[in-house]
Design a protein around this ligand. Sequence first.
Ligand code: EPZ
Length: 430
Amino acid sequence: MSKYIIRGGAPLFGSVTVSGAKNAAVAIIPAAVITDAPCRIENVPDIADVAVFFNILRRMGAQVRDAGDGTYEIDASGISAPVATSGDMQKIRASYYLIGALLARFGRADVAMPGGCNFGAPRQIDLHIKGLSAMGASIDVKNGVITATTQGRLHGASVFLDAPSVGATINIMLAASTADGTTVIENAAREPHVVDLASFLSLMGAEIYGAGTNTIRIHGKNSLRGGSHSIITDQLEAGSFMAAAAATGGRIEINNVIPKHLECISGKLCEMGVSVWESGDSSVVVEGTEKLRSVDVTATPYPGFPTDMQPQASVLLCLADGTSTVTDNIFDTRFKYVDELLKMGASIKVAGRTAIVKGVSALTGAQLKAGDLRAGAALVIAGLCARGTTEIEGVHYIERGYENMIGKLRALGADITGVSDTAEAESTAV
Ligand code: EPZ
């Protein structure tokens, strides 16, 4: 798709089913590389980041079979060289998980630097390097390729993460799964996708304790076996639909969720005056309100309010009664989307890590450009509640992490259309 066209104003009503979690899928797929036995992964979301990762594995020599209905079988026995340097590596952030996975299997990794959402400041990998080096890896970064080598096997180590980095926690877990000895990760990330990876690695025979807490212990094994696993549902997709219901003043039921993972989001929405309640053990209902209340939002590591919901929260607060603040304690420059909201009549000032959002009576449709995945989702939500028509370019970012967003929103009553690249080309052809 080249752009989305949204005619705003319709409250969303109905039910939607959430897909498998992108950030769990892109951690579990590389984990399958650690073994030469086949792995079966269910509830894989149909999103661009997953398709890119499967292409990367295929180019390395792995077999990836689509077994239908979101299930894939990965057989990495055909990977003979621990090298991942194809152009696809720059398309996603998570491609660098292959460093930990290839080190765990081969004791060496030649992996191209990752890509992923650009929030302004460069996204570091020093904590990944700190952890892998502590385990005995020698790491060199040259010409855009990270080369990690070790004499024999990695060995266990104690690693303190200066920031509870999701990526570093995941990369170290992957590498530690076959290290000689025990690795302890202190100040580890606690996100649901970290726990889901630990579940999958355990099914492969890894011995991991404490995932979901800030201290994770991994007792390395000589090798791992194949495993089968169903990916958890996406906390961030669910949260984005919750925000869409709140922004449009509608009422939707969101199915196939893990309510516990949504508590940090539900709590903040309730502060804004939105009604959120659990319906059964895997659904939540969200009902908007006439006028949202202004609140202060601070994005912090899980179980705090997710940084990946920060842009969506800002959109809601554009319509709240009064002045709110949105502070991101994880990424200090994740506010590029604000310029786009200003085109819609929003009143936002960014000062360092904080956006000061003054509620306005309404947003108006405009021509917008998404700059990253969650900013794109936020702009869609803004278009849904704006007066008039909004066109959003850069929707490839959205399609990296949201399965069938258009179909799911249309089923809820949204007036949203995707314009394909070809149609766009034809319509602009002279
Ligand atoms: C993961 O990115 C997610 N991506 C991001 O989601 C998410 O925003 C982020 O975690 C925070 O939750 C995936 O899971 C694929 P971090 P990651 O390492 O691992 C600093 C989305 O929308 N840091 O937890 O790159 C870093 O600069 C994406 O789905 C270092 O200083 O994030 C940041 O300030 C966008 N050194 C903080 O830690 C390092 O070596 C958290 O980053 C690594 C990170």
